[in-house]
Design a binder for this molecule. Structure first.
Ligand code: RIB
Ligand code: CA
Length: 351
């Protein structure tokens, strides 16, 4: 289901109420994106809901809490979500790449030390339901990890589908556009591959949904100049310059990473879309997720809504039971996104 894009927050329409659903790690792209959301004067961050994905849930919860301490935002609740996908089992392959879900290490260690701050007692999916019901038509959910928390919230409280303002998701790879190949398997993007069943549930829920696929993220590798500008800034908001100076700048020391990091403002695209949708180009498409076991597990398939013309004789076939169309982002004005990030964290004055 597609609504008009959210109004540009620069036009004085008030702060966007946001829930940030994430597989955060210390200064990974989820972390860099939530710093933007926490610092932006145009976002009211209602809560952070970690979900396993890149890391074990316990590690992610600790990262989120420690980040809030470092930047002085202990007021934001962190509500732990699911520690494993709905069906997808751990495997040696998942462990060997980024998929450290359900590892349950007895002890955790964080580069910046463990937090003293405690997580909220509410489960992520209950927090999502509560916050959406308490603010009908106002909450934007930014989902930048596997979609397990959101899928279960929808199954538990289907009414939230009609109450949410917008859901903006980083996930999938769209073969209709350049750069749509997978990053976890040849066909599947990580967030969808970790929990394809959850992604399918969410994309089939009739709510205003925006999808930022891996195609777009691949255009956002972190430039050294961006990191230097934040690390050297005197005007950046509390703790932000130190974070980039201490944890991100050293990554450029290796020669292969001279000018750009291998990852980028992936999940920040989602925050950027919530703030300034005009920076992005998009199309309305139906997106489904393949849940059959095999090499296509977790692959996203996108097509235009309605019947398809299959040849010159105008033979059409119906696509049975298609998901509702969503807004699929296929391009970003990268310099604009970088400026928006720098404005949000106080490095640049807002234009
Ligand atoms: O495939 C990209 C996604 O997986 C991003 O959300 C990034 O954080 C990684 O975990
Ligand atoms: Ca992520």
């Amino acid at each position: 289901m597609v609504l008009d894009p959210l109004p540009d927050t620069r036009k004085g329409t008030g702060r966007v109420k946001v829930i940030y659903d994430t597989d955060i790690g210390w200064m990974n792209d989820d972390c860099i994106a939530v710093i933007m959301a926490l610092c932006s004067p145009d976002i009211e961050l209602l809560g952070i809901t970690p979900v396993m994905g890149n890391y074990d849930l316990k590690h992610e919860v600790a990262c989120a809490l420690r980040l809030l301490e470092v930047i002085g935002r202990e007021d934001v609740p962190v509500c732990p979500g699911f520690d494993r996908p709905l069906l997808h089992e751990r495997s040696r392959y998942a462990d060997a790449m980024w998929g450290r879900w359900a590892t349950f290490a007895a002890d955790i260690d964080l580069p910046a030390g463990l937090p003293a701050l405690e997580p909220d007692r509410r489960h992520a999916c209950d927090f999502i339901i509560e916050a959406v019901r308490a603010n009908p038509g106002e909450v934007t959910i930014l989902a930048v990890g596997p979609l397990t928390n959101l899928a279960v919230a929808i199954r538990k409280a289907p009414d939230i589908v009609g109450l949410v303002r917008q859901v903006i998701i980083m996930g999938g790879g769209i073969g209709l556009y350049p750069g749509g190949w997978g990053n976890s398997t040849p066909l599947a993007e990580f967030n969808f591959w970790v929990d394809p069943e959850a992604a399918r549930i969410v994309l089939r829920a009739p709510m205003p949904t925006v999808l930022v696929p891996i195609n777009v993220c691949r255009k956002t590798r972190l430039p050294k100049g961006f990191v230097e500008a934040i690390a050297g800034s005197r005007s950046a908001k509390r703790g932000v310059a130190d974070l980039f100076r201490t944890w991100t700048m050293p990554l450029f020391a290796s020669t292969v990473r001279e000018n750009h990091l291998s990852y980028g403002l992936y999940d920040s695209c989602v925050v950027g879309y919530a703030l300034r949708p005009a920076l992005f180009k998009s199309a309305e498409l139906c997106v489904d997720v393949v849940t059959l076991p095999g090499p296509q597990y977790g692959m996203s398939v996108a097509y235009e809504a309605g019947e398809r013309i299959v040849d010159d004789e105008n033979i059409r076939f119906p696509i049975e039971n298609p998901p509702p169309p969503v807004t699929v982002v296929h391009d970003v004005e990268f310099d604009g996104l970088v400026s928006l990030y720098l404005e949000s964290v106080g490095v640049l004055a807002s234009g």
